[in-house]
Design a protein around this ligand. Structure first.
Ligand code: PEP
Ligand code: MG
Length: 591
């Protein structure tokens, strides 16, 4: 879509979304709809040759139906002429040369059909791009768009997108971004991120928050509304975006930004001081990180070590599974950089909204990925991958206060199975004469209601619990954490959530083990007092959120936090509990 330069400026448009990462950003936009997908390459065995061609035909058909649907929508919303743009896309799908060349390539190489199609399509695209004729060059663009769609269909849920490095400072406006896209964002050029889909706890959003990139998500059809020449303002505090803001809006936001900055500076100044309540209790605040080089952030924000290292990002960024040695090197560097502070390494949590494009063949397409082949379930099914990681963590434990935890544990029996693999790794390392901490502390994440309900049994197998509220809430309330349509139903203060948290804490303390919370709820200053009041021992959050949490702690009494939790547990309205907690936090943040 392009704007006519002679047309009058487009009017200001205020659009509500979901606040995902705080901050205000303003600038020209970069619309990101599709980019090169990572296409795996593997040999197809003889019995599957004809099925592979059928798969290709089905993907072409599915793409055709998708394009027709988009055409109908565009025609309805923008008019018939705009919809005609997609005629060219349909023509590409019927292009016999492209189709038969792909099949010929497959017959020659017997490599998976997406890799054949990708090769042939790329050849076509570059041939068109070199032609010195604008119309034909554009046709290269059409092939590219359609090829990405076909590949997306062939790869199913594993189509990992890539955000290219932006040439200049822009607000990224995307239909969706994957966690690895977000991890690849360049803070100096990506001023902010706005997406049609997503929610507060989608992994891409968690990454944006850790990079301090303002973000608003769940804007439904924003990518269809924008034009390339639009400017956009993101208000990540309120969860609002303003398309083509007027001078007076920009002035108003300039003032808001100055106020916010001075408030943030006040929090940062106090952040050097210990996290001790007014009644003298020290409450540990640790960091959630995704990359080894974030150890610097952990120190900058004065976190008491790492409460959650999401190791899957090591895998998502790589083109093949990282080896034991590579992982050992990463974990050891992290442990050494932060010693004597603890580093809690979580084993691989792939699957769910984190499929791994380079290993697509290991993750079959599923109807319910969040209820499927994910995290510890995948690891227990792939002992070679799991053991490489466990051995690397064990070896790193010789170099600092390393702790280990497993994601998505459903109960004590699964915990025992994971620990049995760990025991095997210990025995092997001992026999090989490789050093590790024999007393390595091992914990379970509590993310599944069955683990919460069976906390008494599970606690006997664990040295600590770490509650992953992002998943625990999604499974407890049956709210898909990345679905923007139901995001308003995702309520951390739902009475059932509070009772579950309390139950976990009581059972853990009965077994004399500690409980941390490392989901996004822990990093929201509104919930800091509630969580500590419920008896949680420590919180772990993305480093930029630490100053606000610490400020609340330094200006509250633990006895008041406990009263707040008691009051909240006696209430039956999620909204009223939220308001009560917000008021408590607001008063402390004003101090
Ligand atoms: C959680 O579920 O709260 C959690 C910390 O794990 P993740 O967000 O990586 O699923
Ligand atoms: Mg989780």
């Amino acid at each position: 879509m392009s704007a006519d330069e002679n047309q009058p400026p487009r009017p200001e448009l205020v659009l509500p979304g979901i606040s995902a990462s705080q901050g205000i950003a303003y600038g020209p936009i970069f619309v990101y709809l599709q980019s090169d997908l990572e296409v795996p390459e593997y040999q197809v065995e003889k019995p599957k040759w004809s099925a592979e061609v059928t798969r290709f035909e089905q993907a072409l058909l599915a793409t055709r139906q998708q394009v027709q649907k988009i055409m109908a929508e565009v025609e309805k919303n923008l008019g018939e002429e705009e919809a005609r743009i997609f005629d060219a896309h349909l023509l590409v799908l019927e292009d016999q040369a492209l189709i038969s060349e792909t099949i010929r390539d497959f017959e020659k190489t017997r490599l998976n059909i997406e890799s054949c199609f990708d090769r042939v399509a790329r050849r076509y695209i570059s041939a068109f791009e070199e032609i010195d004729d604008e119309y034909l060059r554009e046709r290269g663009g059409d092939i590219r768009d359609v090829a990405q769609r076909v590949l997306g269909n062939l790869l199913g849920g594993h189509a990992g997108q890539r955000l290219t490095k932006l040439a200049e400072k822009r607000i990224v406006v995307a239909n969706d971004i994957s966690p690895s896209d977000a991890a690849g964002l360049d803070r100096s050029s990506a001023l902010g991120v706005v997406t049609d889909s997503g929610s507060k706890t989608s992994h891409a959003v968690i990454v944006a928050r850790s990079m301090k990139i303002p973000a608003v998500v769940g804007l439904r059809d924003l990518t269809a509304k924008v034009q390339a020449t639009d400017t956009l303002l993101i208000d990540g505090y309120e969860g609002v975006v303003i398309l083509n803001p007027t001078e007076s809006t920009l002035f108003r936001y300039g003032q808001i930004q100055r106020q916010k900055r001075s408030h943030e500076q006040k929090l940062l100044d106090a952040n050097r001081l210990p996290a001790v309540t007014l009644d003298g209790v020290e409450l540990p605040l640790r960091a959630n990180i995704e990359k080894v080089d974030e150890s610097a952030l952990v120190k900058d924000y004065h976190a008491a070590g790492v409460g959650l290292f999401r190791t899957e990002f090591l895998y998502l960024a790589a083109t093949s599974m990282p080896t034991e040695e590579e992982q050992y090197d990463s974990y050891r560097r992290l442990a050494e950089a932060l010693a004597p502070a603890p580093v809690t390494i979580r084993t691989l949590d792939l699957g769910g909204d984190k499929p791994i494009a380079s290993q697509a063949h290991l993750f079959p397409k599923e109807n319910n990925p969040f209820l499927g082949y994910r995290a510890i379930r995948f690891c227990l099914d792939h002992p070679d991958i799991f053991k490489a990681q466990l051995r690397a963590v064990l070896r790193a434990s010789a170099h600092g206060d390393v702790r280990l935890m497993y994601p998505m544990i459903s109960g004590h029996e699964e915990m025992r199975r994971a620990n049995a693999v760990l025991a095997e790794c210990k025995a092997e390392l001992k026999a090989e004469g490789k050093a590790f901490d024999p007393k390595l502390r091992v914990g379970s994440m509590i993310e599944i209601p069955s683990a919460a309900m069976g906390a008494d049994m599970l606690a006997r197998e664990c040295d600590f619990f770490s509650i992953g509220t992002n998943d625990l809430i999604q499974y407890l309330l049956a709210i898909d954490r990345v679905n923007d349509r139901i995001a308003h139903l995702y309520e951390p203060t739902h009475p059932a959530v509070l009772r579950t948290l309390r139950h976990i804490v009581v059972e853990a303390h009965r077994a004399r083990i500690k409980v941390s919370v490392c989901g996004e709820m822990a990093g929201d200053p509104v919930f800091v007092a509630l969580l500590f009041g419920l008896g949680v021992d420590e919180l772990s959050m993305t480093p930029p959120l630490l100053p606000a949490a610490k400020y609340v702690i330094r200006n509250m009494k633990l006895t008041d936090a406990r009263k707040l939790a008691q009051q909240a547990l006696a209430m039956d309205s999620a909204k009223a509990i939220q308001a009560l907690c917000a008021e408590f936090a607001e008063e402390r943040l004003k101090a």
